[in-house]
Design a protein around this ligand. Structure first.
Ligand SMILES: C[S@@+](CC[C@H](N)C(=O)[O-])C[C@H]1O[C@@H](n2cnc3c(N)ncnc32)[C@H](O)[C@@H]1O
Length: 227
């Protein structure tokens, strides 16, 4: 298990998890073997990855506790007793589509803990979560190889989150510069903001460019002071 998936495991809370887009099934098998949950569902939309997950489940003798399910998103995933849903290693738009397509997610009692790790379009996902009344309850940055990711923990509340859906939220979420991973994440977001500001300037949006440059400078300062 790499650090990115370990970070996803850390943000799970409950006893029965569903890993959507499981590929080799590493996360659900690891969580059951480590006693981090009792049972798990290893779900994928493609038959080949699911076969690989089934093989990994069998190799580890976990057939009675990890179930492989062929499913597009949450379509065939039974809601009963599910405490956590992990969707990792996909684009933010696909993650949002999977959550939006699920008929039972918003009515689940108690609410399901969501652990979401977008590879791209993190801003799209954060906006979608905000607009659809999902609260981000925690966020953990994670350096993995050449990349830095943020793993979000979210829950449906049915109410608009008590924070603004502004540029800072879209770019940084709740990542703080208190770890090396957090500082690196914010540094990279600052660089992205500077690049995006140049694009805004070129298209004549000087106000948008200024907002981006101001946030980038603020992030650089936070990274250097660690506050
Ligand atoms: C890059 S892998 C990520 C594997 C693992 N979750 C991780 O983070 O390392 C993406 C997996 O998501 C699966 N996938 C893509 N779209 C999906 C969907 N709509 N529903 C379920 N699985 C999907 C793919 O088949 C693939 O196995």
């Amino acid at each position: 298990m790499d650090k990115r998936l370990l970070t996803c495991a850390e943000l799970c809370k409950g006893r029965r998890i569903a890993d959507i887009g499981t590929d080799h099934g590493y996360l659900p098998c690891y969580m059951v073997m480590e006693g981090l949950c009792d049972t798990a569902l290893a779900c994928d939309t493609a038959p080949l990855p699911l076969e690989s997950a089934k093989a990994h489940i069998a190799e580890n003798g976990l057939g009675d506790r990890v179930t492989a399910i062929l499913s597009d998103g949450l379509e065939k995933v039974p809601a009963d007793g599910l405490t956590d849903i992990v969707i990792a290693g996909m684009g933010g738009e696909l993650i949002a589509r999977i959550l939006g397509d699920c008929g039972w997610l918003k009515s689940a009692v108690p609410a399901v803990n969501l652990v979401l790790q977008p590879m791209t379009k993190w801003d799209f996902l954060r906006k979608w979560l905000y607009e659809n009344d999902f609260l981000i309850t925690d966020e953990k940055p994670c350096i993995s190889g050449r990349f830095v990711y943020s793993v979000m923990q979210a829950v449906y509340t049915g109410e608009k989150p008590p924070y603004p859906c502004d540029l800072r939220y879209l770019y940084c979420g709740f990542v703080k510069p208190v770890t090396e991973d957090g500082r690196e994440y914010l540094l990279r977001q600052a660089k992205r903001l500077e690049a995006a500001a140049k694009g805004r300037e070129a298209s004549g949006d000087s106000e948008g460019a200024l907002q981006m440059k101001t946030l980038a400078a603020e992030l650089m300062l936070r990274v250097s002071t660690g506050e």
